[in-house]
Design a protein around this ligand. Structure first.
Ligand SMILES: [Zn+2]
Ligand SMILES: [Zn+2]
Length: 350
């Protein structure tokens, strides 16, 4: 990202190799992945443009091997296989001191505020590193643990999943991973709603290959009778909504379908900053709902949990739809814009 303009301002350029300073390590990147945030940056979306001061290397989802260890770093060596939390938090604000580093008031995001991972090397603070086991996390999965963390954080924010009826709205990459976690954790049922044809067909394809005990249903919510069908499947209403779309009709449908006492985990960002809720008194207050905003990943509890899920056999292979050389970044953005991809993995070595 070089100039503050949409699209055309993102290009491939030779930069000097970054050096690990005190407390930092340099990682040689094996694989990286494109995130929705990178798309917003590429399109110079007003929601994100003010946060960037180009030139900056974008990208925040990656894994690789440490190839340089800075001064004052202990516990890490050249060759260690790692990913990293790219939210660099202050450790001093009230949120950090309360153990809520994921909502630190003074967060700096590598790949946004400072140089990130769409490169051959990235320099990160050693305290942000996460050690990976190559037997559990191959590089094409290690490339997008950041996004898996959003999915796991959203699911784990619910008071429980096992034995409960779950509605998941929005089967983009993070929604698809959240669906896999819900299925893995043994919900009573999982209903998925999605409107983009590509994502809908990927949801149906995923369901057709499942052979576990959890009934999973996929709906285009614009089809007549969808709410009634979901009520029938769930015995009158859902216990938990995982809202991954940010689409106002999906949020309102979720509130409408929640059974009294239910909970909604809200990760999806509405375009524009406001949202109007329909039947607020009836659907939220009188049902005694819990609404929970979800941002980022808990540092580092979510990382530990997601690595635990992968070690126990959580399968997210189907999330990887494309593998491209790093130089084909623009092609990857196009695939994501058209909802033709879930995760596009970028390889800086090809
Ligand atoms: Zn991301
Ligand atoms: Zn802080």
């Amino acid at each position: 990202m070089a100039r503050p303009e949409p699209g055309a301002a993102v290009f491939v350029k030779d930069l000097p190799e970054p050096q690990a300073g005190p407390g930092q390590v340099r990682v040689r990147i094996s694989k990286a992945a494109i995130c929705g945030t990178d798309r917003h940056i590429f399109h110079w979306d007003p929601s994100i443009a003010p946060l960037l001061s180009p030139p900056v290397v974008i990208g925040h989802e990656f894994c690789g091997h440490i190839d340089q260890v800075g001064a004052e770093v202990t516990g890490w060596e050249e060759g260690d296989y790692v990913s990293a939390e790219m939210h660099i938090v202050c450790g001093k604000c009230r949120a950090c001191r309360a153990g809520n580093q994921h909502v630190c008031e003074d967060t700096e995001i590598a790949g946004l505020h400072c140089d990130g991972a769409f490169a051959e090397f990235v320099v990160v603070p050693s305290q942000n590193l996460v050690r990976l086991d190559p037997a559990v996390v191959p590089p094409h999965i290690g490339a997008f643990l950041d996004a898996l963390g959003n999915a796991v954080h959203t699911v784990q924010a619910a008071s429980s999943i096992a034995g409960r009826h779950i509605l998941l709205s929005g089967y983009g990459a993070i929604g698809a991973m959240a669906a896999a976690v819900v299925e893995f954790e043994g919900a009573a049922s999982l209903c998925i709603t999605e409107v983009a044809p590509g994502h809908l067909s990927r949801a149906r394809e995923w369901v057709s290959k499942l052979n576990g005990p959890v009934p999973v249903h996929v709906f285009d919510p614009r089809e007549e009778g969808t709410a009634e069908k979901i009520r029938q499947i769930t015995g009158g209403g859902v216990d938990v909504v995982l809202e991954m779309s940010g689409a106002p009709p999906a949020i309102n449908m979720g509130l409408e379908l929640l059974y009294p006492g239910g909970e909604m985990m809200m990760l999806g960002l509405p375009s524009g900053s406001d949202l109007s809720l329909e039947g607020f008194a009836r659907n939220v207050i009188f049902k005694g709902l819990h609404l929970h905003g979800v941002v980022g990943r808990r540092i580092f509890a979510t990382w530990t949990e997601m690595l635990g899920l992968l070690a126990r056999g959580l399968n997210i292979e189907h999330i990887v739809t494309h593998r491209l050389p790093l130089s084909s970044f623009t092609e990857g953005i196009g695939l994501l814009d058209a909802a033709e991809a879930h995760k596009v993995i970028l390889d800086p070595t090809t």
